[in-house]
Design a binder for this molecule. Structure first.
Ligand code: GLY
Ligand code: MN
Ligand code: MN
Length: 438
């Protein structure tokens, strides 16, 4: 899905930023045991994937800018017909070079002997500090060793630099190829959400919608989910990270579905909230329209030059005003905003970066000010309102939890809603659900 030239370009970009006399050490994700003899489905580490596209565990990439013999070295598993018969094919050393573009490849088992030599005479070592304590420790020992045994002419590295900081800033700006994958992931998830609106009926269990979503995405080629789906009917929608998804969906309640597939290691992240029986009650309609207005206002604030905080502030303003109008908050709007009074009902931020990780990497503040939005950044816009049963409000609002979430690409002109194919206006949802039931 992603060309090798794309990974090569990223490595070049990183090596340019690292400068001469440096080395970067990037390990693949480990294997996580699930239970006896069973492992969790393997998911490559996002930084490793970003720089190599190499999908296997027990691997480690090394970048040494300007090194004549080889700038990009990949340690990986060797071919092994016996093991491959059980666990599937391996690229091997040959594949690492030929298919994945490594200048040189060595067996993962020889890591210690070779890597300790490669760090000699490098002034700076780039690693993701603290993320792999064993590796940090190992590298520290090699550095000490070099220092203690330094022969004439061999120098030990002087500095450790945090690799995350550099790679994560690169990852924040999506390339054309990344945008194409993210657009496709959002399109698949949007179609799956639409499908749920069509099939939802009172008496179904939340989990039926969860598995329908996964099935629909899988049929379109996206077998993995970017995060565990949230399917919350009625009051369950007020539990922000509700993933039990095992209760009956009741006529008269809303259902909140926060679900997104992962495609080629890129996430989508969409939430829709709709009436289980296809028709919004007056109270649901009031709160839903308020969240939707807040979301429209927030999306309108996404454009180059705007600040990261602008969409959130736009949503907060609309929501606070609306809550006063509906009688859920009392007081002067400006003061209520200052006091963050809206947090009783809207207790999370309006969004986050989106990319290989659902809560993607990249700083939200730079030099202690809210970051400027630039073309190529992708973020979510997801305001919500949650009035749990038993809240200090009129009873008519109880058990209403609403979030509306879309995936937004910042463009030169403004923004592009990647997930726009799934309805969110009240009339569009009601008519889609009514048509599907005919
Ligand atoms: N699905 C996680 C989130 O919306 O942030
Ligand atoms: Mn989100
Ligand atoms: Mn979400």
């Amino acid at each position: 899905m992603m060309q090798q030239s794309e990974f090569k370009r990223r490595r070049r970009q990183l090596m340019r930023l690292m400068g001469d006399n440096t080395i970067a050490i990037i390990p693949a994700a480990g294997i996580s045991p699930r239970n006896r003899d069973v492992e969790y489905t393997y998911r490559q580490d996002s930084d490793f994937q970003y720089l190599t596209g190499f999908p296997e565990p027990e691997a480690l990439a090394v970048l040494i800018p300007g090194r004549k013999e080889a700038e990009y070295i990949l340690f990986c598993r060797e071919r092994d017909p016996e093991k491959e018969m059980w666990d599937g094919k391996r690229a091997g050393l040959e594949g690492a070079a030929e298919t994945f573009g490594a200048d040189d490849a060595f067996p993962f088992d020889d890591l210690e002997d070779i890597l300790s030599g490669l760090i000699e005479n490098r002034e700076k070592i780039y690693i993701a500090m603290g993320k792999n304590p064993d590796l940090d420790h190992q590298i520290g020992e090699w550095v000490l060793n070099i220092r203690e045994n330094s022969r004439a002419g061999i120098k030990a590295p002087l500095e450790f630099v945090d690799l995350d900081h550099v790679v994560h800033d690169l990852r924040l700006y999506k390339s054309r190829a990344e945008i194409a994958v993210m657009r496709k992931a959002a399109k698949i998830s949007a179609a799956a959400h639409k499908q749920l609106m069509k099939v939802c009926e009172p008496g179904m269990n939340e989990r039926q919608l969860q598995v329908e979503f996964a099935y629909f995405c899988g049929q379109q080629g996206a077998v993995e989910q970017a995060y565990p789906s949230i399917v919350g009917g009625g009051d369950n929608a007020c539990i922000l990270h509700y993933i039990d998804n095992n209760e009956e969906l009741i006529s008269g309640d809303l259902v909140l579905i926060d679900a997104g597939c992962e495609l080629a290691c890129y996430a989508s992240d969409i939430t829709r909230t709709f009436p289980v029986n296809g028709v919004f009650s007056p109270a649901q309609r009031d709160l839903y329209q308020l969240v939707l207005d807040a979301q429209h206002a927030a999306i309108a604030a996404v454009k180059p030059g705007a600040k990261w905080d602008d969409p959130h502030n736009a949503a907060v303003k609309v929501i606070t005003k609306g809550l006063v109008k509906l009688g859920l908050l009392k007081g002067k709007v400006s003061q209520l905003i200052k006091d963050t009074a809206y947090r009783t009902f809207f207790m999370h931020r309006t969004g986050h970066w989106l990319g290989m990780d659902v809560h993607d990497v990249g700083d939200y503040r730079v030099a202690d000010v809210s970051r400027e939005l630039e073309p190529g950044m992708v973020l979510t816009v997801e305001p919500g309102l949650y009035v749990a049963r038993g809240s200090k409000t009129a009873k008519k609002w109880w058990g209403i939890g609403i979030r509306i979430e879309d995936d937004i690409l910042v463009t030169k002109e403004g923004c592009d809603v990647l997930s726009s194919a799934v309805p969110k206006e009240i009339s569009d949802i009601e008519s889609l659900m009514a048509t599907a039931k005919k």
